[in-house]
Design a protein around this ligand. Structure first.
Ligand SMILES: Cc1ncc(C[n+]2csc(CCOP(=O)(O)OP(=O)(O)O)c2C)c(N)n1
Ligand SMILES: [Mg+2]
Length: 432
């Protein structure tokens, strides 16, 4: 008994000490009056008490929002001045995105394409950010940003051709579905290995900064899971120390495949890393399209005029499975998914906003849904009929000039196909 109570006292003392160590503010009496350190690595006041800092030492970074869940503007001063055509364009693209996701996801189940990833729950991040960018800005995406590409001008045909890997795919069937690329719309080719786009984006921004009269920024999208990669940390620090005009936009959708964000990191999310590295940072409600728009519009202005990076953490929820290779009900509850589908649905919220403004109604919604669905179905039928790329494409486009060893492989392949052509479906591919 005595042992037990002394153990209790010990635990209590430990807790009290811990609480003291974690207290938010340095009490004035602990600061050694008037004495400020001037090390090359830190200029800060001296204190005479040990205090370890951790995530409890600071308040959580707040989440900026403009709309409530009923699509009503909370503070009129924050309503962005977006013209009607643009607002309607943003919504129409959300509808198109949802229809593409639905039909392309199903087409994978039918064995018509090999793979797909949906974007449900992140439509607000896509349209809010895309509308705030300029066409000349350079986009580095991860893979779950199809709405951004749609808004920038990629057509349903471009997207479907890529997923089918036919001869009109800009990537010539070399990559899995959803790895889009577009030179005219300033979209750098999507890569499967996580976070590779991040140091590349910072490097591109550095090049823009060095260009006279630069009017371009880089936006780099990445997931909270990708932010654990070493490349992400390198990108943050290069962006900060080289003062690069880059918007680092984290889509924190709560999951990295089956890993929930509470297991992905300690501390206050991805946003907390920004101020620690000297990066202007904002956390925003990613289910609120207008909030994302304001955030990216201001970030663009700031990064362009001051050549400083901005980190935005857009909070959302990945409503769909990670990909067609995943069943998310194995690691999360149906109730959890429903909560985010109903109460915090970005498309619904934005639609209610448009309806309040008299820009949209049930009839226009019905016909838009049909139009969006029909174009995907029709485009898919056409895409399936198109030939596959010429086999030579497999070896093209890696180097500006093909090195001799690849020319040799090309010749070997040609000889092989001539000899054994009956074993290959060459009639399905483009030919010379
Ligand atoms: C370097 C690397 N490691 C692991 C993977 C496998 N992988 C593909 S997507 C993914 C989850 C990424 O999660 P997040 O960045 O949060 O993006 P989200 O899928 O949620 O949009 C993982 C682990 C990969 N593609 N690359
Ligand atoms: Mg994620």
């Amino acid at each position: 008994m005595a042992l037990k109570s002394s153990a209790c006292v010990l635990r209590l003392n430990t807790l009290r000490r811990a609480a003291r160590l974690l207290s938010t503010h340095t009490r004035p009496e602990t600061v050694q009056n008037g004495k400020t350190a001037d090390f090359p690595g830190a200029k800060a006041p001296y204190v005479n008490e040990i205090k370890f800092l951790n995530e409890n030492s600071y308040d959580p970074i707040p989440i900026y929002r403009v709309l409530d869940n009923n699509g009503e503007v909370i503070d009129n001063r924050e309503e962005p001045n977006i013209d009607k055509e643009t607002l309607v364009k943003m919504y129409k693209n959300m509808v198109q995105l949802n229809q593409m996701d639905k039909i392309l996801y199903e087409s994978q189940r039918q064995g018509r394409i090999s793979f797909y990833m949906t974007n449900y729950g992140e439509e607000g991040i896509h349209m809010g950010s895309a509308a705030a960018l300029a066409p000349q800005d350079l986009v580095f995406a991860q893979y779950r940003e199809l709405g951004v590409l749609l808004y920038r001008g990629l057509t349903v045909t471009d997207i479907v051709n890529q997923c089918f890997g036919n001869c009109e795919d800009a990537g010539q069937g070399r990559q899995m579905p959803v790895h889009y690329t577009s030179k005219p719309y300033n979209l750098v080719t999507i890569s499967s290995p996580l976070a590779t786009q991040m140091p590349q984006a910072v490097g591109a921004a550095y090049a823009f900064k060095r260009t006279p009269n630069n009017d371009r920024v880089v936006i780099c999208y990445f997931g909270e899971g990708a932010a654990s990669e070493g490349d992400a940390h390198a990108a943050f620090n290069f962006a900060a120390t080289l003062d690069c005009p880059v918007i680092l936009l984290c889509r924190n959708n709560g999951y990295a495949i089956s890993t929930p964000s509470r297991e992905q990191y300690r501390g206050d999310g991805i946003a907390a890393r920004g101020p620690a590295l000297g990066i202007n940072t904002l956390r925003v409600d990613g289910t609120d399209t207008l909030a994302v728009y304001n955030a990216v519009a201001q970030a663009r202005q700031l990064t362009l005029t001051e050549n400083k990076p901005v980190l935005i953490e857009a909070m959302s929820y990945r409503v769909g499975h990670h990909s067609t290779s995943d069943d998310s009900t194995a690691y999360r509850s149906v109730e959890e998914i429903e909560k985010w589908t109903k109460d915090e649905n970005p498309v619904q919220k934005f639609k209610l906003y448009l309806e309040r403004k008299g820009l949209w109604d049930a009839d226009s919604d019905k016909s838009q849904q049909k139009e969006a669905r029909d174009i995907v179905v029709k485009t898919m039928q056409e895409a399936e009929k198109k030939k596959r790329p010429h086999w030579r494409e497999m070896l093209e486009d890696v180097y500006c000039e093909m090195p001799p060893r690849i020319q040799k492989q090309m010749q070997q392949m040609e000889d092989h196909l001539k000899k054994y052509n009956e074993h290959y479906p060459l009639n399905q591919h483009q030919s010379d």
